[in-house]
Design a protein around this ligand. Structure first.
Ligand SMILES: C[S@@+](CC[C@H](N)C(=O)[O-])C[C@H]1O[C@@H](n2cnc3c(N)ncnc32)[C@H](O)[C@@H]1O
Length: 106
């Protein structure tokens, strides 16, 4: 038997992330609440989304707050983690993002 420590693997994988999130990253496009398409221009990467998902799964918060929603890519990762945990609420604010602020006013 080897004295080497076992390699610790992250148990979470990209396919744990919602398909909607992964599709938006591949297509570089999102849709607003009126179904109008917008280019995806400000977001975390897939690996950063997976880190957020992992942090939520491991820390199991009951509440999280995100300052800077943009198109919601990181929010999708966080919400997926909360859903897999079976509890928790995610709150977001972003009064400045042009697409989402306009959609919220409609
Ligand atoms: C890099 S983007 C966020 C990306 C997003 N978290 C994602 O991965 O999908 C930064 C966002 O922060 C917002 N922002 C900047 N200053 C802010 C503030 N003081 N309060 C809330 N949102 C802010 C901007 O409008 C922008 O949409």
């Amino acid at each position: 038997m080897s004295d080497e420590p076992a390699v610790k693997r992250d148990p979470f994988r990209p396919d744990d992330l919602p398909e909607l999130l992964r599709e938006a990253l591949v297509r570089k496009q999102v849709f607003d609440p009126a179904d109008a398409p917008h280019p995806l221009d400000s977001n975390v990467s897939e690996s950063e989304a997976l880190e957020l998902y992992s942090a939520i799964r491991q820390n199991r918060p009951e509440r999280s707050l995100e300052v800077g929603l943009a198109h919601g890519i990181s929010a999708l990762a966080i919400i997926a983690g909360l859903a897999a945990n079976g509890s928790g609420h995610h709150f977001v604010i972003d009064p400045f993002h042009p697409t989402m602020a306009a959609a919220a006013k409609r």
